[in-house]
Write a new protein. Structure first.
Length: 262
């Protein structure tokens, strides 16, 4: 059982199919029909709710509680539900080990990460701001669902109203309670991007042979905006020799029969 507005639900449905177990995925109706159909192609029971992502999460949690044989697998944490979200955060560490390996002798100066509820960013902060490393971290959100930026300004977790965005995987209205301390203390900067910017970046990446959906491509206009501003560059300590890592956690929509990837 899970709620999703993108990759998480598709990936969980794929694994459930491989394991031969049933998956039920609750999806807000603002999610694109292509993403919903990709989840259904993995054999999951998809429940579409006419509400936002936060409501979908609450529905999935309630459905899981009502079934003794159900397990809720959610990346959003709240008081009393933190073990599985932490497992998900821990799983992201594989990505950063691979980044470190590919950089070889270089060291990342800035890591740009999509935010969403904050679980990926929690993993970024944990990896890049531990064991003596002090890599700068820049978070990116849709301008229509910037719950983390609003929380940073308020210095406490707050919820924001969300609508529709092409960055469906980031269309989240409330930060994860588990991630919040890491977001508060570990994010060096937070920016928002528009749908137009994300789509333009998606096209540019596709032209360069890089398959990326709008959530991953959002990092491109985010860092371009910082680099174009001398004050922003200085604030983040960027120089011509800086190594900038952009995290793309979403490729273009998979075709029928194709396994989801992150």
């Amino acid at each position: 059982m899970t709620a999703t507005d993108g990759n998480h639900g598709c990936a969980l449905a794929h694994v459930a199919r491989l394991l031969g177990v049933t998956a039920r995925v609750v999806v807000p109706d603002v999610v694109a029909s292509e993403a919903i159909e990709a989840i259904r192609r993995e054999g999951a029971d998809v429940v579409v709710v006419a509400e936002d992502y936060d409501t979908a999460v609450a529905r999935a949690a309630a459905d899981a509680d009502a079934r003794p044989d159900a397990v809720l697998v959610q990346d959003t944490a709240w008081d009393g539900y933190e073990t599985i979200p932490q497992f998900i955060v821990d799983g992201y560490s594989t990505m950063f080990a691979e980044v470190d390996e590919q950089l070889a002798s270089d060291t990342a100066s800035l890591v740009v990460t999509p935010v969403g509820v904050g679980s990926l960013t929690q993993a970024v902060v944990t990896h890049y701001k531990s064991r003596g490393r002090r890599v700068t971290v820049l978070g990116v959100e849709p301008d229509s669902a910037a719950c983390v930026q609003a929380s940073l300004r308020a210095q406490r977790p707050v919820s924001v109203a969300t609508g529709s965005t092409v960055m469906a995987g980031l269309n989240c209205g409330t930060p994860s309670s588990l991630a919040w301390p890491y977001l508060r203390d570990g994010l060096d900067a937070s920016v928002t991007v528009t749908d137009t910017q994300a789509l333009a970046a998606t096209r540019r990446l596709m032209e360069a042979g890089i398959s990326a959906g709008p959530c991953g491509a959002a990092c491109v206009p985010a860092v371009r905006g910082v680099l174009a501003d001398p004050t922003g560059r200085e604030a983040l300590g960027l120089t011509p020799d800086s190594v900038v890592v952009l995290l793309s956690t979403e490729r273009s929509a998979p075709s029928a029969g194709e396994a989801p990837r992150e």
